[in-house]
Ligand binder design. Structure first.
Ligand SMILES: *Cc1c(COP(=O)(O)O)cnc(C)c1O
Length: 217
C-alpha cells in the first residue's frame, strides 16, 4: 500500500495557489505511509486520537509538526500539550483553560484554533459564533495558549451551495477577528477542499485522497 503521489502533488499545487498549508490527515494510516510522505518533504500531519498520536510521535521523526484535529477530551490534553504543533478543535472554554494550564507546566505556548460549528448536522463538535466571540474576547488572559485562528467542518452533503455558504460565513467571521496573512483558517477536506480554498481557507486537512481509504480494525 502506498500513497497517491500524483494526487498529493496536485493538492500541493492547489494549496500553493492559495497560499494555504496542507495538513495530511494520517489517522488510522500506518507509519510506513507517513514516512513515504515525509520523504517527499512533507512535515505537517493531522491526527484525531490521542493514544494513536502518542505512539506515532514516539516512532516517527522528531521534526514532524503534529496537528491534533479531533475532539480533545479535557483530561487528555496533558498528553499532547508537550509536543503538539497546533490543536485545531478547541470547542470549549474549559478545554482552553486546561490546555493553558498544561502548557504552563510544560513551559510552552501552545497554538490553538477555535472550532466553530458551521454544519447543519447535529453530529459535529464546535462553538457557535457567539461562544467563539466570547472566548476571543478573553483570550489575553491565557498566557500559555495562542489562539491563531479558526477551524470548521462543513455539512456532509453533495449540495455545493450549502457547503459554500457555510465556508463563506466562517471566512467572513475569520476576517473580522484575524489577519489572514498570519492566522489560520482551517477548513476543507478531501471532498470539499477546493471549495474551501476559493471561500477563503488557508489550511486544508486532507486524508483519504492522499493516503487511500482508512481501514478501521
Ligand atoms: C478525518 C478528518 C479529515 C480528513 O478527512 P478526509 O475526508 O479523509 O480528507 C479532516 N478533518 C477532520 C477533522 C477529520 O476528522
Amino acid at each position: 500500500m502506498t500513497i497517491n503521489q500524483p494526487v498529493y502533488i496536485n493538492i500541493l499545487e492547489d494549496c500553493a495557489r492559495f497560499n494555504a498549508t496542507l495538513v495530511a490527515v494520517s489517522k488510522i494510516q500506518p507509519n510506513s505511509k507517513i514516512l513515504e510522505l515525509y520523504q517527499l518533504g512533507h512535515r505537517d500531519f493531522g491526527e484525531n486520537y490521542v493514544q494513536e498520536l502518542l505512539e506515532k510521535q514516539q516512532a516517527l521523526p522528531p521534526d514532524i509538526r503534529w496537528h491534533f484535529i479531533g475532539h480533545l477530551q479535557t483530561n487528555k490534553a496533558k498528553y499532547i500539550v508537550p509536543f503538539v504543533h497546533l490543536i485545531h478543535g478547541v470547542d470549549s472554554l474549559k478545554l482552553l483553560k486546561e490546555i493553558n494550564k498544561q502548557a504552563a507546566k510544560a513551559n510552552r505556548k501552545v497554538q490553538c484554533l477555535l472550532q466553530v460549528y458551521i454544519a447543519s448536522e447535529e453530529t459535529k463538535f464546535g462553538l457557535d459564533y457567539t461562544e467563539a466571540e466570547d472566548i476571543l474576547q478573553q483570550k489575553n488572559q491565557f498566557e500559555n495558549v495562542s489562539i491563531v485562528g479558526l477551524m470548521g467542518m462543513a455539512s456532509n452533503t453533495s449540495h455545493e451551495m450549502i457547503v459554500k455558504n457555510e465556508f463563506e460565513q466562517l471566512a467572513a467571521f475569520f476576517k473580522q477577528h484575524f489577519d489572514p496573512q498570519v492566522h489560520h483558517l482551517s477548513m476543507g477536506m478531501s471532498s470539499d477542499y477546493l471549495l474551501a480554498l476559493t471561500s477563503g481557507s488557508n489550511m486544508v486537512r486532507i486524508g483519504s485522497s492522499i493516503f487511500g481509504f482508512r481501514v478501521y480494525q
